[in-house]
Design a protein around this ligand. Sequence first.
Ligand SMILES: NC(=O)c1ccc[n+]([C@@H]2O[C@H](COP(=O)([O-])OP(=O)(O)OC[C@H]3O[C@@H](n4cnc5c(N)ncnc54)[C@H](OP(=O)(O)O)[C@@H]3O)[C@@H](O)[C@H]2O)c1
Length: 280
Amino acid sequence: MKIAVTAASGQLGAAIIKQLINGIGKENVIGIARTPAKAEHLGVEIRKGDYSSNAEFVAALQGVDVVLIVSGMDAPDKRIGQHQNIINAAKEAGVRKIVYTSIIGEDGQSSFDAIVKSNRQTEKDITESGLEWSIGRNGLYIEPDLEYIENYRKEGKVANCAGEGLCSYTTRDELAYAYTQIILHDNSNGKIFNLAGNAITQQQLAEYLNLAFGTTLVYEEMTPEAYLEFQQKANGEFLGTVIAGIYTKIRNGEFNINSDYEAAAGRKHVGWDDYFGNLS
Ligand SMILES: NC(=O)c1ccc[n+]([C@@H]2O[C@H](COP(=O)([O-])OP(=O)(O)OC[C@H]3O[C@@H](n4cnc5c(N)ncnc54)[C@H](OP(=O)(O)O)[C@@H]3O)[C@@H](O)[C@H]2O)c1
């Protein structure tokens, strides 16, 4: 069985490929990347595939049984067509099954909802493709908060507009483990899985960061309006709006979901006590 993983040069794609190599051997894994040179270090066959090119994916998916599509990074309206390019190519190339990495999130009105909605559209396109499919809806990655630790240390606080909202976080490695199980077991066919660990508040996140990094961070709640203004100044109009939208969704409880991680992965998601405890 040949498994192809898109966006192999990215962090999630690479993590999934590493897990797949452990499971089925590198000769059965193909990475597809817009920039192949950035994925060659993975030690598997790398083929070229830009999401904007249906033709590249028709070529890249020859002889492939299952393709895992990592959601793209473009503006939401562009992503839908890009993902459709891969779905159409999978049909043309005779791929049996598509696995898609989507995102959690109840419907809402925040500025992040265009991204959630574009993922739901791709889910629909996949379920209507006529191919076998499985979909994972990823929780929010926790790693960016770890990477931001020196800034948090300088600021002395975690400040955003999430308030007391609970957020279902996960890690790329936990996702990679679950996706490997989803790919390799056909009892996942026709199912949508929420993939995340236990939901935590920003106050709890600050406490976990303190545990892992010896910081003394406090959590400070901002209003959604003040946080949007702050983010747009710090990260520009587009990215700032997206980030503020994420924390508004957390505030509104729209990223607090029931996880199906164990059903998908066959084991529990790592607990945050263990995860942060092992970082320290
Ligand atoms: N759940 C979350 O918290 C969360 C957070 C951020 C993003 N996401 C989503 O999860 C996805 C994977 O995350 P990640 O951490 O692996 O991101 P990442 O490390 O930034 O990697 C993004 C990948 O997307 C590839 N890509 C972007 N546009 C492409 C195109 N037109 N054609 C082909 N490849 C393209 C990039 O290729 P190049 O190397 O050529 O640039 C790269 O491999 C993201 O793309 C995004 O949709 C989820």
